[in-house]
Design a protein around this ligand. Structure first.
Ligand code: BJW
Length: 305
């Protein structure tokens, strides 16, 4: 066991208040891709064309095909051991006799944390969910939650193709490390048709037949206010956070990336679980920061044991 791990686990035992900040890297070993990097979703398609309100306004059929494809693949995926390790922590914190305060802040929209048996009261999906559908009319608050139907309309048939994992066998044979994870998911979005608005998901409440949209947070949009308030209250309360687990995220996107500094400034420590970690963190020379390099799904069950 490494010195860093021993030190981390000793500190973990003393923690009374913990936050886990989760990103796409946690779901990689469940077979879902990240956003950035050479195997990321944005490698082949520009996020401006797919994940902004303008993109939806310009071509809702294209955007719906993208999200229908993502919904299909997320439905095929299963929570991994990393999701389960966080779920165990979340359930420990909800026990009546527990003196641990805990929340998971996930940027992921794949629903895997929720499906891993995570306690509902301490899970915050700050970028929404692929499985929520929101009405686009400003006058209407209709939300269809946890809708698992696929395809949502007949016109979205054809989006049920899997991420390309053809390199998997070769990469596992060549890689003699102990992490048996597929790092070679190559998501190739293939929009196939122009779909008229009338054939896309419609709000059942609005009389004018407003469109439904994916219930995710696009660039330039505000995060759900109630979720932000709950997270802010947890982090900013007098009782400060002892530890933030930063799992499989590049930390590129605001406001998720602001939580680490907000915890640190109040004296909390940081533990990073990522396949890509800076050398000085790995060597343990960054104050109050541990770094564990590898697949989060493999590392978390060991670190949180
Ligand atoms: C592994 C691993 C393994 C791999 N194990 N690890 C200029 C103009 C407009 C807006 C802005 C601007 N400047 C700043 C902003 C604000 C903007 C922002 O932050 N932009 C930055 C890109 C600069 N933020 C927003 O707009 C947010 N809203 C907001 O701030 O409102 C107020 C405001 C409005 C306007 C202006 C200013 C303020 C909303 C952000 C919404 C983000 N939405 C997305 C898409 C969601 C829907 C969808 O899924 O399609 O959320 S973008 C995408 O990034 C997605 C993710 O949740 C998010 C974070 O990505 P994540 O999870 O970190 O993934 P990656 O791929 O980046 O990293 C993966 C990591 O895993 C890597 O580190 C790997 O090494 C690692 N890894 N395998 C462990 N096996």
């Amino acid at each position: 066991m490494s010195k860093q791990l021993v030190e981390f686990q000793e500190y973990l035992k003393t923690c009374r208040k913990i936050v886990a900040l989760v990103g796409a890297g946690l779901s990689v070993s469940s077979g879902l891709p990240t956003f950035r990097g050479s195997q990321g979703l944005w490698k082949n398609f520009n996020m401006i064309d797919l994940a902004t309100p303008d993109a939806f306004y310009i071509d809702p059929g294209l955007v719906w095909q993208f999200y229908s494809w993502r919904r299909y693949n997320a439905l095929q995926a299963k929570p991994n051991k990393g999701h389960l390790a966080l779920s165990a922590l979340s359930n420990l914190a909800t026990r009546k006799d527990s003196n641990l305060e805990y929340i998971t802040i996930t940027q992921n929209v794949d629903g895997l944390s929720s499906r891993s048996g995570h306690a509902k009261e301490n899970l915050y999906e700050i970028h929404g969910s692929l499985f929520n559908l929101n009405c686009t009319s400003f006058m209407c608050n209709y939300v269809d939650r946890n809708n698992l139907k696929h395809p949502l309309t007949k016109a979205l048939e054809g989006t049920e193709y899997e991420y390309d994992r053809k390199n998997r066998k070769r990469s596992l044979e060549e890689d003699d490390s102990s992490h048996q994870v597929d790092y070679s998911i190559s998501p190739q979005f293939r929009p196939v048709k122009n779909i008229p608005e009338s054939e896309l998901p419609q709000c059942p409440v609005c009389k004018d037949g407003s469109l439904l949209r994916p219930g995710v947070v696009w660039f330039g949009e505000s995060l759900p206010l109630n979720v932000m308030n709950s997270v802010d209250n947890f982090i900013e309360s007098n009782n400060s956070v002892d530890l933030i687990l930063v799992i499989g995220t590049s930390g590129t996107v605001y406001p998720a990336n602001s939580y680490v500094d907000r915890v640190k400034v109040k004296g909390g420590k940081v533990a990073i679980f990522n396949t890509d970690i800076e050398e000085d963190i790995l060597q343990g020379i960054v104050k109050d920061t541990w770094g564990f390099r590898g697949d989060a799904a493999e590392l978390l069950p060991i670190a949180l044991k």
